[in-house]
Write a new protein. Sequence first.
Length: 189
Amino acid sequence: MIPLGQFRDTFIIAIDDEGVAIIDQHVAHERVLFERVMERLTAGRLEAQRLLVPLVLDFSPSAHQALTARAAELERFGFEIESFGATAIKLTAVPALLKTEDCSRALQALADDLEGLDRGAQVQDALQRIAATTACHAAVKANYPLTYEKMTHILEELRATAYSTVCPHGRPVMLRLTRREIEKNFDRI
């Protein structure tokens, strides 16, 4: 696919031999990062960035419990946490692929995801949820201008993914208009 540009700093407009594609840049990048995270996890763990000053974050009692119960799985993703009172969590390291300012939101989203996960759920289910949430928070956002090189990179990485039609949360990555559909709408066929 060859990127032509962006629409509203949210969608990549691209062409290929089949026609025109409109790609949600966040969803596409999320899919790419999710697969990269899962690939690295099979080899061991994600790279972590130790914080110079730990963050102390307050959670609901159930969210606190969900996070502390999955601390070992979270550590594989680069989150190093420890209980810091009844509802507080001390965060000492974060995944290197996340920006520090996104970490508290990502950890809250992880708590929400893990709270809904059955206590007896398989580790693989928990890992996939954590990977999906981590990828989502690390991916480029909507309303974010991309360079031509970044658009090209996302499209090349997307092409290399095993399952590139939806993000880990099930949202579609792209809308396609085939050449035939375009020609038909302009009464050329």
